[in-house]
Each structure stands twice: as structure tokens, then as C-alpha cells.
Write a protein that binds this ligand. Structure first.
Ligand code: SF4
Ligand code: FE
Length: 484
């Protein structure tokens, strides 16, 4: 089975025995839980769209490992066209879901681990690359969703992993056995983990020789013994539990999800280990994964931005001001910012190059510039959307008030906009804007734009490293005819 249908994917998740906790209680059926289901629907969209002939080129690729058609989310990039198609696919999915569709972390972990394991083996004669190819072929054949787990809790940020008072604040090996290793620790902010079949765990920072036990990468099923997931709260999440849960949630069908994932002495068999003590390669894996994920944001956030820009334009129509010059100019500004992000996503892909292993990697400088812009522009786009929508975006009465016999007539009378537009439709658009800027989707659009794939300073360090300032100084001296 090379491609699952959306329904098959949902059923495959239903069969998993995940240990999911929310509000202090175990959730026995995360697939059908009203707070969690929208996030599953977003991942399901990655399967549904892959079945649609009009998106075949974007959503699927031919794998050199299975020889067959696979979902692009499990693909190893073979050229710069693959890299660009990845970004286009992410924009498409952002447009269709207006949420984080979660499956990219696995795709980015796949490509980073592929090339890094090749280089470790070359130096040490290990078998990580062989392990990894076997693993990825299995995932492609089963059309799995894979989570990529990088961020450790980190404790005292000024201390190295081995120097932490609690040794578990970075995930580490606690036991080495002939048949594998046992790991303990946690990974924070894990996007989509509850909707994934597998998880690839990677280190979160560069490491020194004393961090040997912390330099570890591997894959396990998400329901492996010892894994526990604690769902992250999102603003307005319990609106999905209310009696009227269509309008106020803003986006009733799709969403994203993050969790704190605890690894309580999880066993990893030898053939699922991709790094084990080769500390100098931790940094390479981190840098490559982060680079790919910073590229990703030039696609997904742009697609969600398209929806937010559209929502702001509809709000302006409903308010009767689509022709006001300042409104038109604000919509132009939003589009300018959004397309600038897309330019960065495409540019770092077009300027990609092959790694030693043969797969393609983005231009790291441009990918970091892409993500640095993402830490800013969606905030400005959200600000302009709130400006255009008006204060009603945060003061509008609830859907229950709209439906009530007592308050409904007043809500309908006084929240009216232009002639012919129903108050219900006006509320729907306002709630979508609220959702993207301040509600459950704000995790994926706003704050994740800041911190996802690394906080702004992480990109500035990479820009400093990749920017080649000495070359630029030499250019200036040459033009100015400076002789030293
Ligand atoms: Fe994909 Fe974007 Fe979500 Fe990351 S934030 S998993 S790139 S949709
Ligand atoms: Fe993310």
C-alpha cells in the first residue's frame, strides 16, 4: 500500500494505543475527541489531497527506494524541483486547512537524518544510513505520518545537557544493551505527535564530548511503551466543547496540536538507531533539520496567510468599505508581506544543492532569512487584519446569543453590515480572523511564526555564520581602492 486514503489514515490512527493526557485525564479515544479531532483532520488533508489527480505533482513523488509513488511528505528530495514542490505543497495545504497540518516535521527529519547518517557512517563505519534507508522505505510503503522530535525542555539554558541538575532535562541514553538502547527524557512542543504513527527523535543542540549520552537519534512507534503525551492548551480550545460549536471556533474543521512528550525509559532496537554518541554530528543534524523546517515556513505560513488576507478582505466587503483607499492599501501591504515570505521559501529551494549522500538541501542562508522574516511578517499581517476587521473581532456576542430567542433578534439587528449580508456570515468571518490571530490557530500562525523551527536568535546566529562578511568587506575595499 503506497498511498492511504484519508479514511484509511483515520482508521490506522484509531488502532494505535497512544497514551494521551489532557486536562489531567487520559483520553482513551483521541481520534474522536472534539478538541483534538480538527488536528487529525488537518493531517488527513495530506492524504486526501494526495488522492486528487489535480494535485498529483505537488502531493506525490516517485521514491527511488520503493520504486513507486509515495506521498511527498515521506519523500527524500532528489533535486531543486522537489524542494520547490515541497514549499508549493505546503502553501496549498495552508490554504486548504488554515492550520498547521503537522506532517512536515517528519519530512524535514527524514531529509536531515538521511544526509547526516551518510556522513557519520563515512567517518566511523557505522550502519546508521543503512538502518535509516530500511526505516524510511518501510514508512514510505505504509504511508506513515512521522513526527520529528527535536526540542528538549532544556532546564537552565546556560548549562550543557550533561551539566543540568536533573539529567533528564535533555533526552539521553540511560542503558546500553546488546539489542539496543533505553532512553529517558522529554521533547516539548511536539507538533502533531498524537496524529503520527512514528516519531524520529533528534538532539536539540550541538554537543561536546561530555554529552555523549545525549547525542542520540532514533525512531520508535508513537505508542511504544513508556511514551506519554500531555496536550498543550490552546487559547479558546474548550469552545469546541460548547453546545453551539460552529461559528465561535472560527475554523470548525481543521486545527493543529502540540504536546509535551515524555520518554519514560523507552527501548530502541539497534536497527532504529541513527546516532549514538558521535557528538560532533549532533550539530549537523540540528542545523539541517532546522534549515529544512525554516524553508517549510515559507510555504505553510504563506498558505494560512492567504486565508487571513482573504478573511480581512471579506470583512471589509461586509463592512461596506472595500473601496476605501486605506483599506485597499492595507490589503496590498498584507499581500506584499505574504508573497515576500513565499519568495524566500522558493529562493532557498531553487538555490539548493546536493549533500554528500545525494539528497538535496536548501540554501541555508536563504532558509534562515526566510524564517527570520516569518518571525515578523505574520505579526504585521495579523495586525492589519485586526485593523481592517474592527474591534468587533474581539467583542462580538457568542453563537448562543445569535441563536437565542431573547438576544438573537438584537444581535441580528445591531450587528448588521452591508445590505444582503447575513449577520451569521459576518460573525463567521470575524471568528475566523479571531481564530487565526488570537484563537486556537494562533499557535500555528502567530506564536509559532516566532518560535517554531527555532526562535529568532537561532536564525541570526546562522545568518552570521553563513553571511560571509569577510567577502563583503573585501568587495567594499576593492571598490573604495583601499590599500592596507
Ligand atoms: Fe508544517 Fe508549518 Fe506545521 Fe511546521 S508549522 S508542521 S511546517 S504546517
Ligand atoms: Fe512548526
Amino acid at each position: 500500500m503506497a498511498l492511504m486514503t484519508g479514511e484509511q489514515y483515520v482508521e490506522s490512527m484509531r488502532k494505535m494505543n497512544l497514551q494521551v493526557y489532557m486536562f489531567g485525564k487520559k483520553i482513551d479515544n483521541p481520534v474522536d475527541h472534539p478538541i483534538l479531532r480538527p488536528s487529525l483532520n488537518s493531517v488527513k488533508a495530506t492524504y486526501d489531497l494526495a488522492q486528487d489527480p489535480q494535485y498529483e505533482d505537488l502531493m506525490t513523488a516517485v521514491s527511488p527506494y520503493t520504486g513507486g509513488k509515495v506521498n511527498r511528505f515521506t519523500h527524500i528530495h532528489q533535486n531543486t524541483t522537489d524542494l520547490m514542490n515541497k514549499v508549493k505543497m505546503q502553501r496549498l495545504l495552508g490554504q486548504q486547512t488554515a492550520a498547521c497540518f503537522q506532517r512536515c516535521v517528519g519530512m524535514d527529519a527524514f531529509n536531515a537524518t538521511f544526509s547526516t547518517t551518510y556522513e557519520i557512517d563515512k567517518k566511523y563505519g557505522t550502519k546508521y544510513h543503512e538502518n535509516f534507508i530500511k526505516y524510511l522505505t518501510m514508512c514510505q510503503e505504509k504511508d506513515y505520518t512521522i513526527d520529528g522530535a527535536m526540542t528538549d525542555p532544556k532546564g537552565d539554558r546556560g548549562l550543557a545537557p550533561h551539566a543540568q541538575e536533573d539529567p533528564d532535562l535533555y533526552l539521553h541514553v540511560v542503558e546500553r544493551r546488546p539489542d539496543g538502547i533505553v532512553v529517558r527524557g522529554a521533547k516539548a512542543h511536539q507538533t502533531g505527535i498524537i496524529n503520527s504513527h512514528e516519531v524520529i527523535v533528534m538532539p536539540t543542540i550541538s554537543m561536546g564530548p561530555d554529552d555523549k549520552d545525549y547525542a542520540v537519534a532514533f525512531a520508535v512507534p508513537t505508542d511504544a511503551e513508556g511514551i506519554m503525551m500531555i496536550i498543550g492548551r490552546q487559547s479558546c480550545d474548550t469552545r469546541k466543547m460548547e453546545e453551539y460549536n460552529s461559528i465561535d471556533v472560527g475554523n470548525s474543521e481543521f486545527g493543529g496540536v502540540e504536546a509535551l512528550v515524555v520518554f519514560n525509559d523507552v527501548f530502541v532496537p539497534n536497527d532504529r538507531i541513527f546516532l549514538n554518541g558521535e557528538t560532533e554530528f549532533a550539530g549537523m543534524l540540528v542545523e539541517r533539520f532546522a534549515g529544512y523546517h525554516r524553508q517549510s515556513y515559507g510555504g505553510c505560513k504563506v498558505g494560512v496567510g492567504d486565508v487571513l488576507i482573504g478573511a480581512a478582505a471579506v470583512a471589509a466587503d461586509y463592512n461596506g468599505v472595500p473601496k476605501a483607499s486605506h483599506i485597499k492599501d492595507k490589503l496590498i501591504e498584507m499581500q506584499h508581506l505574504n508573497e515576500t515570505l513565499y519568495c524566500c521559501g522558493i529562493a532557498c529551494s531553487a538555490e539548493g544543492h546536493p549533500t554528500e549522500s545525494g539528497n538535496y538541501i536548501i540554501d541555508l542562508l536563504l532558509a534562515n532569512v526566510c524564517k527570520q522574516n516569518v518571525t515578523r511578517f505574520p505579526y504585521e499581517i495579523a495586525r492589519l487584519a485586526e485593523d481592517i476587521a474592527g474591534g468587533i473581532v474581539v467583542t462580538a456576542p457568542s453563537e448562543a446569543d445569535l441563536r437565542s430567542d431573547i438576544t438573537g433578534p438584537y444581535v441580528k439587528k445591531y450587528l448588521v453590515g452591508t445590505k444582503g449580508v447575513s449577520v451569521e456570515n459576518r460573525l463567521r468571518i470575524l471568528r475566523l480572523i479571531e481564530n487565526l490571530c488570537l484563537g486556537t490557530a494562533a499557535v500555528g500562525y502567530r506564536t509559532e511564526s516566532m518560535h517554531g523551527a527555532g526562535s529568532p536568535q537561532a536564525q541570526r546566529i546562522m545568518i552570521a555564520r553563513q553571511g560571509n562578511l569577510p567577502m563583503k568587506k573585501a568587495l567594499a575595499k576593492k571598490i573604495a581602492k583601499v590599500e592596507e
